[in-house]
Design a protein around this ligand. Sequence first.
Ligand code: ZN
Ligand code: ZN
Length: 171
Amino acid sequence: MARADIFELGGLRLHAGEARHLELEVPLASLDLGGQRYLAQPDLVPAALDVSRTNGGGYALRLRFDAAVAGPCMRCLADAAPALRVDAREVDLPGGGEELDSPYIDGERLDLQTWAHDAFALAVPDQVLCSAECLGLCAVCAVPLRDAGPDHHHDSGADPRWAKLAELRLE
Ligand SMILES: [Zn+2]
Ligand SMILES: [Zn+2]
């Protein structure tokens, strides 16, 4: 499979109304989410690119790939790597105005790497979790509730930090 950072659309020599389906490998950079680094897995992802030549010398494009975003779970801090499905479209029509002027297409030159990165970032959910059922951390003692087991509890109202403080005061 060909690795494509920049893809030359002109090389396809498509006429208006013609389309081509391509299988490529696209490099994916890591993401910064709330000050934490999240890695794309794989960092060189197999992607499907559909290119259609429109009337008026423009392009309509669709990019699809699957990748995971790997980093700490935002609830319990365990390793998380939820799989994301990316399905992005771009249209670029010369003279079509701002709406139809893709930021990733310059003439016949497609900045596939930047497009894939932005589409991947958009596909990341608000919360990156180790699993949809992640229970997070105990609000009292901060152990991961998944590891703590169903019997984990604290006597109501007894925050261990306050208990400790009470002991100190009594001494
Ligand atoms: Zn978690
Ligand atoms: Zn606890």
